[in-house]
Design a protein around this ligand. Structure first.
Ligand SMILES: CC(C)(COP(=O)(O)OP(=O)(O)OC[C@H]1O[C@@H](n2cnc3c(N)ncnc32)[C@H](O)[C@@H]1OP(=O)(O)O)[C@@H](O)C(=O)NCCC(=O)NCCS
Length: 148
C-alpha cells in the first residue's frame, strides 16, 4: 500500500526512523527531522503487512515553489531489487506533479550504483553537476534533476 503520511502516526514514524537508522546510521532522519518533513513537506511510504518497507521524503523549495528536493529515499534491505524504490519514487513524483511541482532535484554519492540506476536509468533524472565536499570533506555529491 502506498501512503502519504499526513498526520502524526507514531507506529509508522518509529518504524521509519528504525529503517533510516539501520541504513544511514548517523545520517538518518530522526524525530526532529522526520516529523517536520511529515507536517511541512511530503513523506510517502510503502507498507506491506503494516510494515514500512520503503519511504521517500521531500521538501519544497523556498525560492521556487514549483521545485522540490528529495531528502531521502530508502528501501528496507530485505526488499531491494524488487522494483520498490522505482515504484515509490514514480508514485511520489506523480503526486507532486499533481500538486504543482515541476522539477525535482536530489543528490547521490557517485559510487551509489543501485540508486543511480533507479534515478538516472529507470526514472531518467539528468546529471546536472557535482558539488565537492557537499556533506563534509570528501563527501562529493552528484546533483540530478528531473522535469515532471
Ligand atoms: C537505492 C534504493 C532505494 C533502490 O531501491 P530498490 O527498491 O532496490 O530499487 P529498484 O529495485 O527499483 O531498482 C534497483 C536497480 O538497481 C540495480 N542494481 C542493484 N545493485 C546494483 C549495482 N551494484 N550496480 C548497478 N545496478 C544495481 C538492480 O538490478 C535494479 O535494476 P533492474 O530493475 O533494472 O534490475 C535501495 O538500494 C536503498 O534503499 N539503498 C540504500 C539507501 C540509499 O542509498 N538511498 C538513496 C540515497 S541517494
Amino acid at each position: 500500500m502506498f501512503i502519504l503520511l499526513e498526520d502524526h502516526q507514531p507506529k509508522i514514524i518509529s518504524q521509519l526512523i528504525a529503517l533510516e537508522t539501520s541504513v544511514f546510521g548517523d545520517a538518518a532522519l530522526n524525530y526532529w527531522s522526520l516529523v517536520p518533513l511529515i507536517r511541512h513537506g511530503r513523506v510517502f511510504c510503502r507498507l506491506e503487512a503494516e510494515t514500512v518497507v520503503a519511504a521517500a521524503s521531500f521538501l519544497r523549495d523556498w525560492k521556487n515553489h514549483r521545485h522540490a528536493y528529495l531528502v531521502s529515499l530508502v528501501v528496507a534491505p530485505g526488499h531491494h531489487n524488487r522494483g520498490l524504490g522505482t515504484e515509490l519514487l514514480e508514485a511520489s513524483l506523480l503526486q507532486l506533479a499533481g500538486e504543482g511541482v515541476s522539477t525535482v532535484e536530489l543528490t547521490v554519492a557517485l559510487d551509489n550504483l543501485p540508486a543511480r540506476k533507479v534515478y538516472q536509468q529507470k526514472l531518467k533524472f539528468a546529471a546536472d553537476s557535482i558539488r565537492a565536499d557537499e556533506y563534509g570533506p570528501g563527501q562529493h555529491r552528484l546533483i540530478l534533476k528531473k522535469q515532471l
